[in-house]
Write a protein that binds this ligand. Structure first.
Ligand code: BTN
Length: 256
């Protein structure tokens, strides 16, 4: 069981309050969305010990067994012009949190965090775009802390415990993430994109000079990454010239 009392002692900033904690929930993102629609304040946190309908990107599900990992969602109300920053800031905050456990996280565009080429964290930002200014954004994060995985995920997923060989408390990881994310989010309106881009590139082995395949609906495109454009799109040098991708899945050719 997640120790809410211990977490609340460790939580330092203002994000994470109020906290809605559930032993079992369908999806923290869905619950946070309902709260946001009803006016929940920025920084409201929804946390579940287990999700029965954990949502991933592109209509995938998110593996969410009980008692081992972190599944949480934060209500945010960013300026719409800064929305692109949100998943990237979250990725950097996760890298910071795993570093406190002696592990080196690697950002994989668009918003996965990997350790040793396996996914330790997935990030899902959901927004309401039919209103101006943007009504809210829900930042959902799944961090694999102590889980092992079913055979179909073993090739691609890892957890902090698997990487450092012992089980790890979830409460300080969540507290570390929230403080780091909040510190970054506070500066979101004055942080130039170029500065964030530089930090992203230095925290990712994928963003520049990496031979990758990008899977998109029409097939696969191979090329060398050349960083991000001003909107967070991945620039790829291909045989047919430069292309920018705003969605898709990349696979490093290192793994082949
Ligand atoms: C991905 O596909 O990589 C994104 C996964 C995001 C999973 C998290 S777990 C907490 C939050 N609630 C959800 O239903 N999904 C996100």
């Amino acid at each position: 069981m997640f120790n809410v009392h211990d977490f609340e002692k460790k939580r330092k900033g203002t994000f994470g309050k109020p906290l809605y904690y559930f032993e079992t929930l369908g999806s923290t993102n869905s619950f946070a969305e309902d709260l946001a629609r009803e006016g929940a304040s920025e920084g409201t946190l929804v946390l579940a010990n287990e999700q029965t309908e954990g949502k991933g990107r592109k209509a995938n599900s998110w593996y969410s067994p009980p008692d081992c990992n972190l599944y949480f969602s934060l209500v945010l109300r960013p300026d719409p012009s800064r929305l692109t920053y949100v998943p990237f800031l979250a990725g950097l905050a996760v890298v910071h949190a795993v570093k406190n456990h002696g592990l080196e996280g690697d950002l994989k565009w668009p918003n996965d965090v990997l350790i040793n080429e396996k996914k330790v964290c997935g990030i899902l930002v959901q927004t309401v775009s039919d209103q101006t200014p943007l009504a809210y954004a829900i930042l959902g994060c799944g961090i694999n802390v102590n889980s092992s995985f079913p055979p179909e995920l073993q090739e691609t997923a890892t957890s902090i415990a698997m990487e450092n060989g012992r089980s790890v408390a979830r409460e300080p990881i969540l507290a570390d993430f929230l403080l780091e994310f909040e510190r970054r989010y506070e500066r979101i309106d004055r942080m130039p994109w170029s500065v964030l881009c530089r930090e992203l590139e230095s925290t990712s082995s994928y963003l520049r000079g990496c031979e990758v395949e990008v899977r998109e609906s029409g097939g696969t495109v191979r090329g060398i990454t050349e960083g991000l454009d001003g909107f967070g799109g991945l620039i790829l040098r291909t045989e047919d010239g430069s292309r920018v991708f705003y969605a898709g899945e990349i696979q490093s050719c290192r793994k082949k």
